[in-house]
Design a binder for this molecule. Structure first.
Ligand code: PGA
Length: 253
């Protein structure tokens, strides 16, 4: 039986956004959410760090949550330029993305480091969105399920629950490229992830949210969000304006 899981539509703004336009967009999103009688999903925006506090202040009390894009594994200390999960909590964040493929590629983050960051997110009492996904070369060699299986084992710490952890499957070759796997391919990968989560985390693994990410937009959201074991989306480019993001949110409302 497939568990009923409340979807999450999360926007990852990456290194995009300046204050006045950003405030305008999140306020539009909060207003649209406030007009829904009983929204069927949660909505999250993960802006660059300097925008966390102003955006959080703008949407406080609304149905739009704010989250960080990364954190350091330590709670504090001599780590110039880094931000801890405790600081993100202090800024009003509810979630933190860890292990995004751009962090894994551009900053050489290993699954072991990702796991330590996820532990830090849990320690701070926040929800970790842990990203995994194969490269195009790995897919072409038929290694997708093996690669994501290993990333899952190595990146998810002990103690993951449906409440404190969200897993995001993001094929690296689909991020920012306009390419997406077929619904059938997404179904196969998500079924494999669900199976692994169930085996390791039992009932929590059955209920854990499993997002798809990589070139999600208004025109493909309905199809992707209807796939079994897809409990929402992690959206980059199409999350930057309320006009582009809203049709994706609507696919889960
Ligand atoms: P994209 O990015 O929607 O722009 O492909 C997704 C992501 O990196 O989370």
């Amino acid at each position: 039986m497939v568990a009923k899981v409340r979807p999450l539509i999360a926007g990852n703004w990456k290194m995009n956004g300046l204050k006045s336009a950003a405030l305008r967009e999140v306020k539009k999103l909060a207003t649209r959410m406030s007009k829904e009688k009983k929204p069927g999903c949660d909505v999250l925006i993960c802006p660059p760090a300097p925008l966390l506090a102003p955006l959080r202040a703008a949407v406080k009390g609304s149905r739009v949550a704010i989250g960080g894009q990364d954190c350091h594994a330590a709670a504090s200390g001599a780590h110039t330029g880094n931000i801890s999960a405790e600081m993100l909590k202090d800024a009003g964040c509810g979630y933190v993305i860890v292990g995004h493929s751009e962090r894994r590629a551009d900053h050489g983050e290993s699954s072991k480091e990702v796991r330590a960051k996820a532990e830090a997110v849990h320690r701070a009492g926040l929800r970790a969105i842990i990203c995994i996904g194969e490269t195009g070369a790995e897919r072409n060699k038929g290694q997708t399920l093996a690669v994501i299986g290993k990333q899952l084992t190595d990146s998810l710490p002990k103690g993951c629950t449906a409440k404190n952890t969200v897993v995001a499957y993001e094929p690296v070759w689909a991020i920012g490229t306009g390419l997406t796997p077929t619904a059938g391919d997404v179904a196969a990968v998500h079924a494999s992830i669900r199976g692994r989560l169930k085996r390791r985390f039992k009932d929590e693994g059955v209920k854990m949210r499993l997002l798809y990410g990589g070139s999600v937009k208004g025109s493909n959201a309905d199809e992707l969000m209807a796939v079994e074991n897809v409990n929402g989306a992690l959206v980059g480019g199409a999350s930057l304006t309320a006009a582009d993001f809203w049709p994706i949110v609507k696919a889960c409302l």
